[in-house]
Design a binder for this molecule. Structure first.
Ligand code: GDP
Ligand code: IMO
Ligand code: MG
Length: 427
């Protein structure tokens, strides 16, 4: 299939980076369509680990074109740091392009993110404090600065001066903190702007042309369905649209150009930051998942909350994204557990519900209804075909497929590119 959207099924960190890198082998173009450097996508190749925040996870192949789409918010300082780091490790970034319609994260966005979180106190979202929410707020408020303006010195000066004056009124008047000085910010950002200018293109036509020519385009989502600003556990969400439809808006292609959608899910669930999480485990089993799975944030280093696989949330993600396929990662992390649990429904005020509720009050009061399955003790990290897996691991996967109604075509048994089982080639 020529175009495939890869989307997170849960609350992010499902292993999208690894699966994107794996599928990118067959792709011509890899496009990031949402989020910013709140994302942390890890790719492990030949024992070398790469943590990507803004650059698409196809960059490790020298012949693939990688695009940061218009739906992404770009922190120029972070992007340049990422490009320099990749180059210093021998990875060419010459095939990267940035949409001229992508918005820019500026220092006042980062400070605002921090101030807003502080002001929320106990109700803080637990954002990554990278300025993501405030940058999207400016985009929607029509005061943002896009790459197109950023790389035009005259435009950038004028927009920045206007925005700093406006943000300073907020900093001083509302948050009681010092304002920012235009002259302190401008010189370094003009340097960033000059550095990035050659990479900035009108990406929409480029992507559409590639599709016209029958090239294979892989759309790489960041975050996950339950962090989507419309469909997630609002307000404990991010400020963009990680769902599959976000690929159209965030890359500039129409919905009929998307052939297939693949959801990436962990064999269990994790979440970073605040918000409800019905199957969360605050016990030794949760700790087992955290330590075996290395469940610490790629971006902030925070310990991730861990819990059992939630098929109610999973089915919701199938519906919101119209998933055709699943990639189930980190199956190896569950090795050694005697009994596994799968959440098949919620119990709310004595009633069994199977739909993922919109109300957080309801979701917080939901208790998971579990089905138990026997685990496996064998090391599965060397399994390369489905038949190599122990029968109980296969049963677990097949039960998830049954509950979600979607085939699991890729399975992850370790972080490395080769630690992957392909059950069906779909791209
Ligand atoms: P992303 O944000 O969805 O790209 O996921 P992250 O990179 O933030 O987190 C996933 C973590 O799990 C990374 O450290 C990956 O290297 C690792 N990982 C991915 N797939 C597997 C797998 O199948 N098994 C194991 N053990 N680790 C995996
Ligand atoms: P990847 O792409 C996991 C979470 C934050 C916080 C909420 C809002 O690696 O899967 P934000 O900074 O976006 O305003 O924070 O969203 N969050 C993520 N959690 N993986 C991510 O990205 C995330 N990006 C944001 O922890 O709860
Ligand atoms: Mg991540």
């Amino acid at each position: 299939m020529p175009t495939l959207v890869l989307v997170g099924v849960q609350w992010g960190d499902e292993g999208k980076g690894k699966i994107t890198d794996f599928l990118a082998r067959q792709a011509d173009l890899i496009v990031r369509y949402n989020g910013g450097n709140n994302a942390g996508h890890t790719v492990v190749v030949a024992g070398q680990q790469f943590k990507l925040h803004l650059v698409p996870s196809g960059i490790l192949y020298p012949d693939k074109m990688c695009i940061i789409g218009n739906g992404v918010v770009v922190d120029p300082e972070v992007l340049i740091g990422e490009l320099d780091l990749l180059e210093s490790r021998g990875v060419s970034t010459s095939n990267l392009r940035i949409s001229s319609r992508a918005h820019v994260i500026l220092p006042y966005h980062r400070r605002l993110d921090f101030c807003e979180e502080e002001a929320k106190g106990e109700n803080r979202i637990g954002t990554t404090c990278r300025g993501i929410g405030p940058a999207y707020t400016d985009k929607v408020a029509r005061t943002g600065i896009r790459m197109a303006e950023f790389v035009d010195e005259e435009d950038f000066r004028a927009c920045l001066a206007r925005n700093i004056a406006q943000k300073n009124r907020l900093f001083q008047g509302v948050f009681g903190v010092a304002g920012m000085d235009l002259e302190e910010i401008l010189p370094s950002y003009l340097n960033y702007s000059r550095r990035l200018k050659p990479l900035v293109v009108d990406a929409g036509p480029l992507i559409n042309r590639a599709i016209d020519e029958g090239k294979k385009v892989l759309f790489e989502g960041a975050q996950g369905t339950l962090l989507d600003v419309d469909h997630g556990t609002y307000p404990y969400v991010t400020s963009s649209s990680p769902v599959a439809a976000g690929a159209c808006v965030g890359a500039g292609v129409g919905p009929t150009r998307i052939d297939r959608v693949m959801g990436v899910a962990k064999a269990y669930v994790t979440r970073v930051g605040g918000g409800p999480f019905p199957t969360e485990l605050k016990d030794a089993t949760g700790e087992y998942m955290r330590s075996r799975g290395g469940e610490y944030g790629t971006t902030t280093g925070r310990p991730r909350r861990c819990g059992w696989f939630d098929a109610v949330a999973g089915r919701y993600a199938v519906q919101v994204n119209s998933l055709d396929y699943l990639a189930i990662t980190k199956l190896d992390v569950l090795t050694g557990l005697h009994t596994l649990r799968l959440c098949t429904a919620y119990r709310y005020k004595g009633e069994v519900i199977t739909e993922f509720p919109a109300s957080l009050k309801v979701l917080e009061a939901c208790e998971p209804v579990y089905e138990e399955m026997p685990g496996w003790q064998e090391d599965i990290t060397r399994a390369r075909s489905y038949e190599d897996l122990p029968a109980n691991a296969r049963r677990y996967i097949e039960r998830i497929e049954e509950l979600l109604g979607v085939p699991a075509v890729i399975l992850g048994v370790g972080p490395g590119r080769e630690e992957t089982i392909i059950r069906r080639e779909v791209f």
